[in-house]
Design a protein around this ligand. Structure first.
Ligand code: SF4
Length: 363
């Protein structure tokens, strides 16, 4: 749990995909590590979301969840400064998802851009399921459960936050707060709310173009990743085979770091001095690509080594990591319980029955 209590809440999650790669680090994790001192952060491992595409074989989901957590801890997420939990251990998410699914029009889900795109691109799995269509509703439940003020996302996820805002608005319009006693959420928690759910804002993560070794976007499904756990020789070997500016056929051909994937890596990871050497050396054919790649490999190895050292403690005793998830899930459950109290009260679906005065019942 966070030791200090910043007032604004952040919620974000990652699917249980197993070991993370540099793209995950640059695209999200690095930013999360910074945010844990600025906000009250809730970070969750989305094992139910993993099921929306991997339902046919869930046997690796728990191991994959642990691997994600180990990489979070390795990167610097600290259970003293943020709450880390696993989605399926806070079953209130499923209840809220169900209630939201009652009020979410089908058309809203069918027009989510990633839905159409993934249905077209992922052909090896049958994604014509109710769960896959409804996963943005589950995301809305994940976010609104914690009455998050901000959701850090990449450009492609902004539509999901917008859908979450629409669901919050629709819920608030149907069910004004009644006898709300639960958790009020972030900054406004101390004030009485006029609606159950605040509308979260997307916090756009600066999009760094992180290419994989084949020059396409780094992604597990392309097999072009550098993992946060890759040992130094593997990192160097992977970068050695990385594609470069096709104009540099011979050592004497000048190149252009702006069209070279290795140049993109330099822009993200290297110092200004190294970048200057790359710019001059590449454009004048003063350096070779092997040398240029070794410079970026030095920086990446330097970034990964301390992470790998931190990870080792938890790799040797994964129970420590599991305990962190359990404690985080307990803390998240308390907030979720409070939210569900608000939700049930506003819908008039209380768990305990209190008869209304006879005169009212007669109306
Ligand atoms: S010198 Fe570096 S930036 Fe230039 S083409 Fe080779 S690898 Fe790419």
């Amino acid at each position: 749990m966070p030791s200090s209590h910043p007032s604004k809440r952040v919620l974000s999650g990652m699917r249980s995909t197993g070991k993370l790669h540099l793209g995950n680090y640059v695209g999200a994790l690095q930013n999360w590590v910074r945010m844990q001192d600025q906000y009250a952060c809730f970070f969750f491992i989305a094992d139910w979301h993993a099921l929306t595409t991997d339902y046919a074989d869930p046997s690796k989901i728990t191991e994959n969840s642990i691997d994600v957590l180990l990489d979070w801890l390795a990167a610097g997420l600290d259970p003293e400064r943020c709450t880390m939990f696993i989605q399926s251990h806070v079953p209130q998410h499923a209840e809220l998802h169900l209630l939201f699914s009652m009020i979410t029009p089908l058309g809203w889900l069918e027009r989510v851009p990633t839905y159409k795109e993934q249905r077209e691109n992922i052909t090896e799995k049958d994604l014509g399921t109710y769960g896959f269509l409804g996963y943005p509703v589950l995301q809305a439940a994940d976010i609104l459960m914690y009455k998050a003020d901000f959701v850090p996302v990449g450009e492609d996820q902004v539509a999901h936050v917008e859908l979450t805002r629409e669901i919050a608005r629709r819920f608030n319009a149907f069910y004004p707060p009644r006898g709300v006693t639960g958790d009020g959420g972030g900054e406004e928690g101390a004030r009485e709310r006029t609606q159950v759910f605040p509308e979260p804002q997307a916090l756009l993560t600066p999009a760094a173009k992180l290419p994989g070794t084949d020059g396409r976007k780094m992604s597990k499904s392309y097999g072009n990743t550098v993992l946060l756990t890759d040992p130094e020789p593997v990192v160097r070997q992977k970068l050695k085979t990385m594609v470069t500016d096709p104009a540099r056929v011979r050592r004497s051909d000048p190149g252009n770091p702006d069209v070279c994937p290795v140049g993109d890596l330099h822009k993200i990871f290297s110092s200004k001095e190294t970048m200057a050497k790359v710019n001059v050396g590449c454009r004048s054919a003063g350096i070779g690509c092997i040398e240029c790649k070794s410079w970026v490999a030095d920086t990446i190895v330097g970034l990964l080594l301390p992470m790998q050292e931190r990870r080792k403690k938890y790799e040797d005793d994964p129970r420590l990591a599991w305990d962190i998830l359990e404690a985080g899930s307990g803390a998240a459950s308390k907030v979720a319980d409070a939210t569900m109290k608000d939700v049930r009260a506003s819908m008039g679906m209380l768990l305990e029955y209190e008869p209304s005065p006879k005169a009212d019942r007669a109306k």
